[in-house]
Design a protein around this ligand. Sequence first.
Ligand SMILES: [Zn+2]
Length: 376
Amino acid sequence: MLKIGSHVSFSDKGLQTAAKEAMTYGSSTFMIYTGAPQNTRRKPIESLYIEEGKALMNTAGIEEIVVHAPYIVNLGSYKEDTFELGVNFLQEEIRRTDYIGVRNIVLHPGAYTDKDAEFGIARIAEGLNEVLAGTSNTNVNIALETMAGKGTEIGRSFEEIAAIMDKVTYNERLTVCMDTCHMHDAGYDLVDDLDGVLEQFDRTVGLDRVAVVHINDSKNPRGAGKDRHAPIGAGWLGQSAISNIVHHEALKGRPFILETPWIGKEDKTVRPMYEVEIALLRGEVRNRFGEDFLEDVERLHHFFGKQEIDSRDFILNTWTLLKNDAKAKKADPREPMERLYDMIIAEGVLSRELAEEQVNQRLTTWFAGKSFLAQA
Ligand SMILES: [Zn+2]
C-alpha cells in the first residue's frame, strides 16, 4: 500500500492526537515533531500516549511514521554553544524517537553561517559522529534532508549530502529525506527529467538511502533557492510531477509526507488540503468525497473553461507576476489559489452552503486536470 500522509500535531495527547488527526485525512503514514520545532521544551515521555496512539495506528493500518528534528538544531554552526546544544538535543530527540518506535528522524543538515560550505560539511559530520556514537543503543537512523539552498544551508546538492556521509564513521545509520520543493528550488528538474534526477541521486548518494520523501509544491521556479511550499498542484511542480514521484518504482515503499501550507482567507479559516491531496495522489477522490464533489469539480472545469483559464498557466503566471512585479503585487497581493477562490465565490459557481475549505478542496481537484477527474 502507498504510504502517504502529512505533518500532524503531536500536542495535547501526543501520539494519540497525531494518529487521530492523520486518520481524518485518510493517511497511511504521518510525521510529527515531538514538541515545538523552534524550541527544546519537551513533555516527559510518559505523557505522550504512545500505547493509545499505536492502537489507533493499528486500526488505520499505519505501520510507519516519521519524526522531524526541530530546526533550531544547527550542527553546521562554528559557535561552540550552538553546536553543543544541537548535539545534545538531537541525542535526546533520537532517544524519544526510539521510545516511540520510529525508525527515521529527519534532520536539516545545518547552515554554515559566517564560514563556508567546506567548513559546514566537516562540522556537520563532526556533530553527526558525536550524535551517532552517543545513541548507538537505539534503532534510529538520521535522515538528512535535501535542502533548497536558502541562505547558507548545506544539503542543497546531492554531492553535499554524499560529502557529509563520507565523513561519518557509522554512516549506515544515515538515510535521506528527499523534499520535492527543496530539490526543485535547488535546481533539480523533477518536472521534465525525474528519471535523470533519480539516477543522478543514485550515482551520488544511492537510492537505497532514501527513507522518507517530503512532497510539497513550490511557489518559485526551479533553481530559485527559496524554499516556500505550495499546496500540491498550486505551484511550479504541479500535480503530474508530484504524482510521478509518489508512484515512481525507485521510491516504492517510502513514506510520502505532505508539508503543504494551510489555505484560507483569514487565520481562523485556514485549513490543510491534506485530505484531498492524499485522495488525489491515491486516485480515491470519488470514494472519499463522493459523486456530488466530482460534479462540483466538473462545474469548475466548465466555469474556468468558458473563460479560457487554464489552471497551470494561471498558477505559474500569477506566481511570476507576484515575484517580478512589485507594483502589481502591491495592488493585488493575493496568491493564485485565493484569486481563483474569489472568482468562484463572486460568480456563485458552487453552492453558497459550502465552507471555504470545501471550495478549496474542489479547487485543488480542479488543478489536477480533466484526466485526473476521469480516473478519480
Ligand atoms: Zn524539513
